[in-house]
Design a protein. Structure first.
Length: 462
């Protein structure tokens, strides 16, 4: 775990956050590792998620009903955004005025430190006129009614706001009559939509709802894949709540343990709901499924096979048109000389000139990452007098056979005439360039001064 946690920390943005799902058996050790990697000061919460309301029958003494999620921030500039209100919470917003739906929240302080002596500066009179409905800090008319913060037992309490805050927010106050005490009290109008944003609530450290259970997660997975293909998938709703709480529309989400593909599914589902453009990267080793399992019998030979199909099916179900790419790490071609700087008579060559189109594309993808490009960043095919090269903003790759004088002339012409074409590095696949063409290319670059005065570096790779 330590190497992955370290890599995770390096990959996180400064305002990033990580959620790590774990069970009873490993949570203590994981907490120690995370404290070391992320720092104790960046610990946010050890969440408990009830994923089996009835409790697991295989537990010896106590029926385990929950799992954990450790939450760490990269730095203290991380900001929690809160989660969407549930149906019960939305019902509280049953009042409405010209500003929209709202709920009432008492202005009097509740709970601890709610007595007058606890916060004496928060004990002061507020005045209300029954005829004009005006609320103020000053008694303006003789019949203005004085309202003071009273505890439920009649003792003096205190307000939640000081006088300055009250003056700034006085338009959001309304008066209510408390029949039990035969006196007026004040409520704040808390609007469902403020400044164009819908009200949210804090993500709690304890998640208890049937939507978070393994049964619900299995049911959701069963809607797109055969039942019992994957045991104990993660809750789609749990991951969505993590995303809602911690990501903005264009953020990238990385999952080191893709499993059944819940994270990718959650990202696509949330984008479909709120129009976001979040992107996901999910990592899954090709772990083999048990040859006696339902997954194996259904043709899923590895966990990755399940991950891939779920992402495809969920994408179809959600009508997600953004698509996704699959990259696989594989051993390099037998005999590939990845650290070769120059050839000599004793060098044993692999058959690079016999690579298929797909194999050349694999090699090209490897090289572009080596040269600092992103995996998903596309290379642009460029026609050079019938020869096709592949370029990024500053690197041009010559992978195929058939490079000739006409291609060289076309390259030089494009370099001079195309204002947007400014490569600084040329990479040749040595097996498809004989020594004559390599020499001609090198001499042309040395002897020709392009109009843009760009210094070109030519590299031959084998």
């Amino acid at each position: 775990m330590y190497p992955r946690l370290y890599v995770a920390r390096e990959l996180l943005r400064e305002d990033g956050v990580i959620f790590i799902s774990i069970d009873d058996n490993e949570v203590s050790q994981l907490k120690l590792l995370c404290d070391e990697v992320f720092g104790e000061e960046n610990f946010i919460s050890q969440m408990s998620i009830v994923n089996n309301i009835a409790g697991r029958s295989d537990s010896k003494d106590i029926a385990i009903a929950h799992e954990y999620a450790l939450v760490y921030q990269k730095t203290d500039i991380y900001t929690s955004l809160g989660i969407t209100l549930n149906e019960k919470q939305l019902l509280e917003y049953r009042f409405e005025d010209i500003h929209g739906k709202y709920r009432k929240q008492g202005l009097r302080k509740r709970g601890s430190n709610s007595r007058r002596e606890d916060r004496p500066n928060m004990y002061y009179p507020i005045y209300f006129n029954e005829n004009t409905k005006e609320i103020s800090l000053d008694k303006k008319l003789k019949n203005d009614i004085e309202i003071l913060p009273r505890l439920s037992n009649g003792d003096d309490g205190c307000w939640r706001w000081g006088k300055d805050t009250l003056l700034n927010k006085i338009e959001f106050l309304e008066v209510g009559f408390v029949k039990k005490r035969e006196e007026y009290d004040l409520n704040e109008k808390v609007y469902l939509n403020q400044n164009g944003n819908t009200k949210r609530t804090k993500l709690k450290s304890y998640l208890f709802d049937s939507k978070y259970t393994s049964d619900t997660a299995t049911k959701i997975l069963g809607e797109i894949l055969p039942n019992k293909i994957f045991t104990s998938p993660k809750s789609l709703h749990m991951i969505k709540d993590f995303l809602i709480n911690s990501t903005k529309d264009n953020d990238t989400i990385l999952d080191f343990f893709a499993g059944s593909g819940t994270t990718a599914h959650a990202v696509m589902a949330l984008n479909a709901e709120d129009g976001g453009n979040r992107k996901f990267i999910t990592v899954q080793i090709p772990e083999k499924t048990d040859n006696k399992s339902e997954a194996y019998k259904a043709g899923y030979k590895t966990i990755f096979d399940i991950t891939k199909v779920r992402i495809e099916k969920a994408s179809e179900q959600l009508q997600d048109k953004s698509g996704f790419k699959i990259f696989e790490t594989t051993p390099m071609f037998e005999g590939y000389l990845d650290d070769l700087e120059e050839l000599n008579a004793k060098t044993t060559l692999f058959k690079g000139s016999e690579l298929s189109t797909d194999e050349l594309e694999t090699l090209l993808t490897t090289w572009k990452v080596h040269d600092g490009m992103k995996l998903h960043e596309p290379l642009v095919a460029m026609d050079l007098g019938g020869y096709v090269a592949y370029g990024s903003s500053n690197t041009l790759y010559f992978m195929d056979k058939g490079f000739n004088v006409e291609a060289l002339k076309a390259f030089v012409a494009k370099l001079d005439d195309d204002e947007t074409f400014e490569p600084s590095k040329l990479v040749l696949f040595g097996y498809n360039f004989d020594s004559k063409h390599q020499r001609e290319f090198k001499e042309a670059l040395n002897n020709y001064t392009n109009k843009k005065s760009i210094e070109l570096d030519m590299v031959v790779r084998y």
